[in-house]
Design a binder for this molecule. Sequence first.
Ligand code: NAP
Length: 248
Amino acid sequence: MSTTSIERPLDGRVALVTGASRGIGRAVAIALARQGARVAVNYVQNAQAAAEACAAIAAEGGRAVAVQADVSLAADVARLVAETRRQLGDVAILVNNAGIARLQSIEQATEDDWDAVIAANLKSVFLVTQAVLPAMRAGGWGRIVNLSSTAAQVGGIVGPHYAASKAGILGLTHFYASRLAGEGITVNAVAPGLIATDMGDGLGATAARIPVGRFGTAEEVADVVAMLARNGYLTGQTVSPNGGMYPT
Ligand code: NAP
């Protein structure tokens, strides 16, 4: 093995990171590019932020393209995967990161809120995974990392729809991991605690109940995702960078 491949273990791989224009997804895209992957930076509306994330990767000598798509819509997902293939090649690393958080009480959450959160956070994971799996299976190598949350494990502070969507992601992770383990494809979940991003900062929470004493950073979560992208023997697991909030 050459020095280059040790330093850049994802050389030659194509990664698709959903919701990579901001926050955790942006940090994941940069971390994967630093390990050699060519990265599709998906976003839904913030084209400028997505372009800036791609520019940050290019400034370090990496390759990234921004692709707009609402990952809760099957037609958009088909276009996202086709466009990624056209510009970079078949997706070998998928990070299902895109998500929304509607901070709502038991009384506030409506049926429309439920449908919107489940579609953006959970249905999207099913849609994008289904869309990339044929090429991954044909290639006999793949890494799928799904962003869950402490909310899946303890309920959390956002709302019933959010907790259910993030717990559903764990079920999807277990299903795909068990079916695909023999095909060179690992599927894992990452369940962060409170992370300093637009979403995390918007929840009105303080660090008082976090044992480590502070919010996590997007880069600390990205570091875990990058490890899962490299490792071929860890599958069906949930890794929880949460500052000790919920020891697992
Ligand atoms: P964020 O700062 O709010 O960023 C959300 C990202 O998702 C943006 O890039 C946004 O794109 C994109 N997005 C939203 N809906 C989309 C859709 N329908 N289609 C495509 N892209 C979409 O969020 P974050 O804090 O980085 O969170 C990332 C993931 O980690 C989420 O799944 C979240 O639930 C999970 N998480 C976060 C925390 C936390 O404390 N921050 C804790 C646990 C888990 P635009 O820029 O175009 O809007």
